[in-house]
Design a protein around this ligand. Structure first.
Ligand code: CP
Length: 319
């Protein structure tokens, strides 16, 4: 199935659709999805789950490691009464290790499943899988490309935490070059009246392709190297990890690792009503001493991921 160049919300119907890129979403569809995620939260909090997806099967196919994305999709499917084929503990235990192509792997798994969630190390792999498959493919991260379901849960979290998506100043910090969550979230934020601040070492600045979209959208945007330049005015501080695995030259990684760390001292400069987020895993970007600060939203953000993925699975599978 292929949804390239297809904006999904013309009739707010996600049934049988691939989820490959945030470019597929507009504000009507985002509102629809967020309302469904609220519904899922209510179901989980009141009765734990339901049987909307009973007899449906999800395959989670992960060529890269994951804790949150894989587990939350599995939890989402279980909460809705469905079953999961989990290829999440390393494709080295599947026939990928024998040289099987992505095309054959996808065409095989679609014989058993109603939907495939795919994480891959190559940009564009999710779209290629969607081109091969007749069932929906959901992109769970394709290399340094996109991570659309993470961006959806990030946006949902901002709305939940601050009650709006408009009039906010949002600062993104860390690996903006390879950080697919940053690329996807930035593109979604262009639908709203926001100011953006990008904080990174020179080597890890936001790619020009994404920055040009920000500029073309007329967004108020600035770049800096130091989180202290932006923290006092930020409504959202979106921290990210500097990703060792994305560097071909490890000497460059050594130069920039540990570039930024959010400390309790820095937090004293932040607004009282501000939200700290992180897609996780974290490896030192946020001091553990901040975890009990009410502004630290990252564990609530993780839980929101399950509600958003419940909403996506139910919608894609026609429920
Ligand atoms: N945020 C995120 O994608 O986490 P995982 O790599 O653990 O799935």
């Amino acid at each position: 199935m292929s949804t390239q160049n297809n904006t999904l919300s013309s009739n707010i119907n996600l049934a049988h659709q691939d989820i490959i890129s945030v470019n597929q979403f507009d504000t009507d569809l985002l509102d629809y999805l967020f309302n469904r995620a609220e519904e899922m939260r209510h179901i989980v909090e009141t009765v734990g789950g339901n049987d909307w997806l009973s007899h449906r099967v999800l395959t989670c196919l992960f060529y890269e490691p994951s804790t949150r994305t894989s587990s939350s999709f599995i939890a989402a499917m279980n909460r809705l009464g469905g079953r999961v084929i989990p290829i999440t503990q390393g494709v080295q235990f599947s026939s990928v290790s024998k040289g099987e192509s992505l095309a054959d792997t996808i065409r095989t798994l679609e014989q058993y499943s109603d939907v495939v969630v795919l994480r891959h190390d190559k940009v564009g792999a999710a779209q290629r899988a969607a081109d091969y498959a007749d069932i929906p493919i959901i992109n769970a991260g394709d290399g340094a490309g996109e991570h659309p379901t993470q961006a959806l849960l990030d946006l949902f979290t901002i709305r939940e935490e601050l009650g709006t998506l408009d009039g906010l100043r949002i600062a993104m910090v860390g690996d903006l070059r390879y950080g697919r969550t940053v690329h996807s979230l930035t593109k979604l934020l262009l639908h709203y009246d926001v100011s953006l601040r990008f904080v990174s070492p020179e080597l890890l600045r936001l790619p020009l392709t994404v920055m040009n979209q920000v500029i073309d959208a007329g967004i108020d945007v600035r770049e800096t190297h130091d989180v202290a330049d932006v923290i006092d005015n930020a409504d959202v501080l979106y921290m990210t990890r500097i990703q060792r695995e994305r560097f071909s030259d490890l000497a460059q990684y050594e130069e920039v690792k540990g570039h930024h760390e959010l400390t309790p001292e820095l937090m004293t400069q932040a607004k009282e009503k501000m939200t700290v987020m992180h897609p996780f895993p974290r490896v030192g970007e946020i001091h553990y001493g901040i975890d009990h600060d009410p502004r630290a939203a990252y564990f609530r953000q993780i839980k929101n991921g399950m509600y958003i993925r419940m909403a996506l699975l139910a919608s894609v599978l026609g429920k």
